[in-house]
Design a protein around this ligand. Sequence first.
Ligand code: ATP
Ligand code: MG
Ligand code: MG
Ligand code: MG
Length: 442
Amino acid sequence: MRLSRYFLPVMKETPADAQIASHRLMLRAGMIKQASAGIYSWLPLGYKVLKNIERIVHEEQIAAGHIPMLMPTLQPADLWRESGRYDAYGPEMLRIRDRQDRDMLYGPTNEEMITDIFRSHVSSYRDLPLTLYHIQWKFRDEVRPRFGVMRGREFYMKDGYNFDLTYEDAMHAYDRHMVSYLRSYERMGLRAIPMRADSGPIGGEDTHEFLVLADTGESEVFYDSTILDMKLGDRGIDYYDRAGLRNICETWTTPYARTDETHDQSLFEKIPEDRRRESRGIEVGQIFYFGTKYSAAMGATVAGPDGAKVPVHMGSHGIGVSRLVGALIEANHDEKGIIWPEGVTPFHVGIVNLRQGDGDCDAACERLLEATTALGLEPLYDDRNERAGAKFATMDLIGLPWRITVGPRGLKEGKVELTSRRTGESEEMSPEAAIDRIAQIY
Ligand code: ATP
Ligand code: MG
Ligand code: MG
Ligand code: MG
């Protein structure tokens, strides 16, 4: 992509109403534009990151054996009357009436709709286990939408639902979700800690939230620092190996890690003092086993091996895809701008031409553009007639992890400069060597 032909409306001024770094940087880097409170347009650069996150989530869900589909954003109120949540949900639900006077709503989540699909088509235990998911826009009329896409009203969420015959099978689904979520966050270059969460007034269910540590997070978190050393890495995972999965989940949930909602000070104080950490966190996902709550209320039953009809065991599992864009920036930025992890970066490498219009510089940049594209990568070539300082400032702001700088002086010696956005370190090398390095990185 050539910057001269792209749409990247960067802002010089710091937007006054943006309170946290990720919100400021998303506005300044031309990633989003507010349409109304908590509702945003995703401009080309922001859209690319959103789609990269979505792709990782899809790949990891499919690897875990979960099946993608798509449900609508608008839902009939009647389904929610069946579960009893139409009245219970309160003012966070955006209610709409159509021209036939039917009550509709913009879905804040999809338990009712998926349960309706399930009960219409599945009647035997032989069709289980089943986990369906989609990635779709949600609407919650938050009291205080703020921090840009972090607490939007319209937001993009992956939500998945498992249907199982037994509690044990549902726990297997729970473990698949925990591990596939951990892997998804790791691939995005993010550390998200599973924390025991509050299962609400009914109790007895299992639920974990995944939190990214950040000073600007809305949750207060308490954890044992040993959890910071844990990593899934790229070990192969067999999602059918129940014992193996349980083992991974046990390891990840053994160190103390809770939000203020479930925090237990006396348990916390059993950890050696030098390992106790208190900080703030951003909730980027949650997994939840809730048993037969919706299946019993809505008649989602299957005939078991003995022929008797039983309500299925269910769970729902969400990842905040659009919130993750903000959370990633909270965790990866400096005073100059964003620093994208390679896994989600909107462009893999920036090419900066220090003397636009100079025959040698232009030709060298064109060759770099071609060579990186031939690797299957997406370069962003700053081919504008701008001063070097302005070009560097734009690259630093939008946060591409690698930059190749081409200038007349270096070219005379057959050299370009490869710069890491994260460390700021530059190295001179031939254009071919720079391409090799980029190829190795990705
Ligand atoms: P929160 O506690 O932040 O209000 P939640 O617990 O209500 O979130 P869930 O119902 O668990 O949210 O939804 C799954 C995920 O969707 C959350 O973990 C979060 O990442 C994301 N999410 C929820 N509400 C919003 C929002 N208003 N804007 C952006 N993302 C959101
Ligand atoms: Mg909420
Ligand atoms: Mg929450
Ligand atoms: Mg939650």
